[in-house]
Design a protein around this ligand. Structure first.
Ligand code: UGA
Ligand code: MN
Length: 306
């Protein structure tokens, strides 16, 4: 009896082993949660990025649209590289890069092609008369980004879950910030570090509502918040088609208030980042580079893009 059992066991063993091996191979091949096609690559698209396991299927996430004005200067490629390295790690982020230039530059075009994330590359020059110290920057570029977004979505049927925010090319963004802004219903706000002459500025929150502003600079601003301190749902952008950044009558530091006034009220704001008690974005500014020893005429044997 015992030997009969043993021979049966020996007979079955190879089959059991084969089944185990096949199951093992199958599970190691199992597709990771499908990544959405890295679409919408007008003006140049990035390559594929390695899929990472995620909790939510990507298709269920609202797209985050980041509008970044940028202009040619020695540090531009370094800034864009830092930004792309951050954005590449964010699911469903569509980068709208708007050059302050009469035409798309070769540098940015090449950069976008290798950035590795969905990217739309636009350009619009700032009129010369507005290129003066003390005047607001990047007004035309942010408006070009808004126009593109509205145009892209006006013919698509709702719902179109999406969130827009303005990402200047020199700031520093934590990945947690994107998780926070992703759930924006209308307009959300959070603290910004290293701005307004203080370590941080923040919306003051009581019982879940914004009731004022902690700031060291022009506290009389209706929305005393930096461009990096808020996000707007795509629905709000589409339902306020005329909301844009204005040149006329716009004072320094008032661009944010002038824009937000058109689409929301202070009472309506949604505080993020633990009731606005966490700094997840920093208004860093890059030091001007010292090019004192740069030769007047090209001396090197090769031409290198920096
Ligand atoms: C502050 C705010 O954080 C900005 O959002 C605001 O646009 C700016 O003030 C202003 O004065 O209008 P700040 O660090 O002083 O920012 O400004 P920059 O970072 O020099 O410029 C803001 C964005 O506009 C950057 O993405 C930059 O690349 C772009 N920019 C700047 C241009 O596209 N063209 C320019 O001539 C200058
Ligand atoms: Mn800046």
């Amino acid at each position: 009896m015992k030997s009969l059992l043993f021979s049966r066991f020996l007979l079955l063993l190879p089959w059991v082993l084969i089944v185990i091996i096949v199951l093992d191979i199958d599970s190691s091949r199992a597709p990771l949660p499908a990544l959405s096609p890295r679409g919408g690559a007008e003006g140049g698209s990035g390559g594929a990025r390695p899929p990472a396991p995620r909790r939510l299927p990507e298709a269920a996430l609202p797209t985050i649209y980041a509008i970044t004005p940028t202009y040619s200067r020695p540090v531009q490629k370094a800034e864009l590289t830092r930004l792309a390295n951050t954005f590449r790690q964010v699911s469903r982020l569509h980068w709208i890069l708007v050059e302050d230039a009469a035409a798309r530059s070769e540098l940015v075009t090449r950069f976008v092609a290798g950035a590795g994330l969905p990217c739309t590359h636009l350009h619009v020059p700032t009129p010369r008369r507005y290129k003066r110290p003390g005047l607001p920057r990047a007004t035309e570029q942010r408006n070009a980004g808004l126009a593109w977004l509205r145009q892209r979505h006006q013919h698509l049927p709702p719902p179109q879950p999406g969130v827009l925010f303005f990402a200047d090319d020199d700031n520093t963004y934590s990945l947690e910030l994107f998780q926070e802004m992703r759930t924006t219903r209308k307009v959300s706000v959070w603290p910004v570090g290293l701005v307004g002459g203080r370590r941080y500025e923040r919306p003051v929150v009581e019982n879940g509502k914004v009731v004022g502003w902690y700031t060291g600079w022009r506290a009389d601003r209706p929305f005393a918040i930096d461009m990096a301190g808020f996000a707007v749902s795509l629905q709000v952008i589409l339902s306020h088609p005329k909301a844009v950044f204005k040149r006329r009558g716009s004072q320094p530091g008032m661009q944010e208030s002038d824009f937000l006034k058109q689409i929301t009220t202070v009472e309506e704001l949604e505080p993020k980042a633990n009731n606005c008690t966490k700094v997840l974005v920093w208004h860093t500014r890059t030091e001007k580079v010292n090019l004192a020893n740069e030769p007047k005429y090209h001396l090197d044997t090769v031409n290198i893009e920096v």
